[in-house]
Design a protein around this ligand. Structure first.
Ligand code: NAD
Ligand code: AHE
Ligand code: ZN
Ligand code: ZN
Length: 375
């Protein structure tokens, strides 16, 4: 198949909110600096639902969504040296080139090399898509487009991993789990003995809980409007549970009262701007730090009294938990293989690519964390 167009099945989002359609899609060979990957397993993340739902200012249609996956390199374009056919890989929506000013700064995991192209659904070299249906181009998404049996990614957007790792599990290390762990370890840098509040106990919030537990947090307060989330959350490290619906006071006041003036660290893992405000305002005066992890819809803005920051609270955000993708995803896979981090526990459902619309429906069910699709 090397050098040839591959026709395979992919789930195409033709329009926002319209069911995805499994189509026969032509996937062009990788050009210079590109890698064609046979995707074996892909999970769904709430960011896929967000873009599909028309809430993403960068959303383009028709497109092939998906960004939490694992597969095997099928072929590589000219000049690709880091991976070869047969390598097991995880596509990385946050690239790492090692050479751009972001990568060289040592201050961020964001990479600027291909972001201009991935944000508009095309490949860098010729600003074109590698996906088409009978000649009509279909946009890429986040530089990954994993809801397809084959995809083409930039070489700076693919991490080579241990071939012994089970791809049906480690696909989760493409987004949600690292995001939560890294929000704690890299972005907040939670110290032993800290108090932590987590807003939203989905996959990302639970990974924050696991990160906080391993960082030695003394109290991990989980906040969710669905009380059924608590039992499971205990296994990930949440020590106390608060449902805002059980209180007449604003939730930030409830947390401040529970913690002698506020928590040391809070994390917003929902994507709701009023909860982001509550998460900042439940932080302790003088040092409390709040990390925004949730992705808010187009047009939404955050607000608070500037006095909150004047008096020492710090507002931060994180993308992919601050992890440098190509260098650290393989390390996370190794940590999973050594049973140092959970991954299997987040997989609550398994289906096939053909059932992807059912998988999107499942995301609204409280019991669902990650649904893994075999492609
Ligand atoms: P999820 O839907 O599984 O979890 C959200 C949780 O929040 C649910 O348990 C829900 O019951 C709860 N919730 C909803 N409204 C609430 C409210 N008002 N107060 C308290 N709890 C509330 O989602 P997820 O997959 O864990 O993702 C969480 C967010 O993180 C999404 O916005 C996603 O797009 C974003 N995300 C960001 C990054 C990043 O790099 N920054 C990476 C992955 C996901
Ligand atoms: N496209 C949106 C923003 C979406 C967003 O913030 N994405 C996160 C990853 S979410 C993964 O589930 C991210 O990494 N952002 C940094 C980046 O470079 O995209 C918008 O508002 O335009
Ligand atoms: Zn995601
Ligand atoms: Zn870079």
């Amino acid at each position: 198949t090397q050098g040839q167009v591959i026709t395979c099945k992919a789930a195409v989002a033709w329009e926002p909110n319209k069911p995805l359609v499994i189509e026969d899609v032509q996937v062009a060979p990788p050009q210079g600096g590109e890698v064609r990957v046979k995707i074996l397993f892909t999970a769904l993340c709430h960011t896929d639902a967000y873009t599909w739902g028309g809430k993403d200012p960068e959303g383009l249609f028709p497109c092939i969504l998906g960004h939490e996956a694992a597969g095997i390199v099928e072929s590589v374009g000219e000049g690709v040296t880091e991976v070869k056919p047969g390598d097991h890989v995880i596509p990385c929506y946050q690239a790492e080139c090692g050479e751009c000013k972001f990568c060289k700064s040592g201050k961020t995991n964001l990479c600027g090399k291909v972001r201009g192209a991935t944000g508009v659904g095309v490949m860098m070299s010729d600003r074109k898509s590698r996906f088409s249906i009978n000649g009509k181009p279909i946009y890429h998404f986040m530089g990954t487009s994993t809801f397809s049996q084959y995809t083409v990614v930039h070489d700076v957007s693919v991490a080579k991993i241990d071939p012994k790792a089970p791809l049906d599990k480690v696909c989760l290390l493409g987004c949600g789990v690292p995001t939560g762990l890294g929000a704690v370890w890299n972005t907040a840098k939670v110290e032993p003995g800290s108090t932590v509040a987590i807003f939203g106990l989905g996959t990302v919030g639970l990974a924050v809980a696991e990160g906080a537990k391993t960082a030695g947090a003394s109290r991990v307060i989980g906040i969710d409007i669905d009380s059924k989330k608590f039992d499971r959350a205990k296994n990930f490290g949440v020590t106390e549970f608060v449902n805002p619906k059980d209180h007449a006071k604003p939730i930030q006041q409830v947390i401040v009262d529970l913690t002698d003036g506020g928590v040391d660290y809070s994390f917003e893992c929902i994507g709701n701007v009023s909860v982001m405000r509550a998460a900042l305002e439940c932080c302790h005066k003088g040092w409390g730090t709040s990390v925004i992890v949730g992705v808010a819809a187009s047009g939404q803005e955050i607000s608070t009294r500037p006095f909150q920051l004047v008096t020492g609270r710090v507002w931060k955000g994180t993308a992919f938990g601050g992890f440098k993708s190509r260098s650290q995803v393989p390390w996370l896979v190794d940590k999973y293989m050594k049973k140092e981090i959970k991954v299997d526990e987040y997989v609550t459902h398994t289906l096939t690519l053909a059932d992807i619309n059912k998988a999107f429906d499942l995301m609204h069910e409280g019991g669902c964390l990650r649904c893994v699709l075999a492609t």
